[in-house]
Design a protein around this ligand. Structure first.
Ligand code: HEC
Length: 104
């Protein structure tokens, strides 16, 4: 984790072209996901590694991946997470696949 953070920081600070492996963590930063899912997490939000552990069981299960993506951006009248609801279908699917693949 420390290692991943150092790599992330160097990408951000030096502004070197981000490697594909960093793309999703950067996108998660961009979209504000880490405000709640970072370390320490905010409120009842699970951390990215927590989510990745939970989603690992859906690897290779296309139907489940699409169901989770749709579920993530569903609108709620009360208690919804605006950052989730603002995601486009493509972004939600991208994040879910990223988590299913380990969230790194
Ligand atoms: C304002 C805080 C907040 C932000 C910002 C946020 N989340 Fe969440 N997220 C939560 C909370 C709280 C939960 C657990 C409760 C729930 O599912 O509503 C959660 C749950 C999740 C889950 C699990 C959903 C499930 O039911 O399996 C995923 C995946 C997720 N977030 C992804 C993201 C992504 C990707 C972003 C950035 C686009 C993001 N979150 C931004 C607070 C946040």
């Amino acid at each position: 984790m420390k290692h991943a953070l150092a790599a992330l920081c160097s990408v951000l600070l030096i502004g070197s072209p981000s490697l594909p492996a960093h793309a999703s963590m950067n996108l998660a930063l961009d979209k504000g996901c880490l405000t709640c899912h970072g370390n320490p997490p905010r409120g009842r939000a699970p951390t990215i590694p927590d989510l990745a552990r939970e989603y690992a069981k859906f690897r290779g299960q296309e139907t489940e991946i699409l169901r989770l993506s749709a579920h993530l951006r569903e609108h709620h009248l009360f208690g919804g997470v605006p950052a989730h609801e603002r995601l486009s279908a493509e972004e939600a699917e991208h994040f879910v696949r990223w988590l299913v693949d380990g969230g790194r």
